[in-house]
Design a protein around this ligand. Structure first.
Ligand code: MN3
Length: 247
């Protein structure tokens, strides 16, 4: 067996184990994108590289456990990127738009790979956003965003209640969001890895409610995970997202 075919069968074997080639350093795709890690934070497209977590895997303990963070980032997020790159093999023009550029306008993606890109480029964009919107508690209180939330929803408590409700009611896998839509703050949820960007909205706060985000610690009790989320929500980043979105 040649080393190349050995490599391929090793990759296939890993796939059957649910591991992505990218995770194990076998990726054959080289990103040409050069931009920063955050959609909305820069003018360039989102890089196709797995962004490092901005804190250690255990930094959100006891609210979100280290093992969940490790698997979620190193396996789940990496797999979305690897899958999207695989689908985009032979489409350098689409790769160059970045995952955020693609989910903003999925009509640019050929129909035969559109659902795969919606799910996997969406997964990359959403998770890149998610790591940033979490942080060890700092006690930071959002000024400008706090005022906008109070104006939109009546109070911070009402906002949290409505957001929690949206997160609980999302049936199956998906996300709960606070987004900016035509200048207004809205609470909504999306299915699977659908991004607010696809609906012309800019995410300000987002919560992954896939079971892979909480099952190890909270099992089936999504409500406990949402309670934990409020303890590690990075309000400083949320405010930065809001400030960038309203200009
Ligand atoms: Mn996830």
């Amino acid at each position: 067996m040649s080393s190349a075919s050995k490599n391929i069968s090793r990759r296939d074997a890993l796939k059957t184990l649910g591991l992505s080639a990218a995770v194990l350093g076998l990726t054959e795709f080289k990103s040409t994108a050069t931009a920063a890690d955050m959609p909305g934070k820069s003018t360039g497209p989102l890089s196709w590289d797995l962004p490092a977590l901005p804190y250690s895997v255990g930094a959100l303990e006891p609210h979100i456990d280290a093992k969940t963070m490790e698997i979620h980032h190193d396996k789940h997020h990496a797999t979305y990127i690897a899958n999207a790159k695989k689908l985009l093999d032979g489409h350098p023009d689409l790769l160059a738009l970045g995952a955020d550029g693609l989910v903003k306008d999925l009509s640019k993606v050929p129909e035969d790979i559109r659902t795969g890109i919606r799910n996997n480029a969406g997964g990359h964009v959403n998770h890149t956003f998610f790591w940033q919107i979490l942080a060890p508690a700092t006690g930071y209180e959002p000024g400008k965003l706090g005022a906008a939330i109070t104006k939109s929803f009546g109070s911070m408590e009402t906002f949290q209640t409505q957001f929690t409700d949206a997160a609980l009611k999302r049936f199956g896998s998906g996300w709960a969001w606070l987004s900016l839509k035509s200048g207004s703050l809205v609470i909504h949820s999306t299915a699977n890895q659908d991004s607010p960007l696809s609906e012309g909205m800019t995410p300000i706060v987002g919560l992954d409610v896939w079971e892979h985000a909480y099952y190890l610690k909270h099992q089936n009790v999504r409500a406990n995970y949402i309670t934990a989320f409020w303890k590690v929500l990075n309000w400083k980043q949320a405010e930065a997202n809001y400030t960038a979105a309203i200009v």
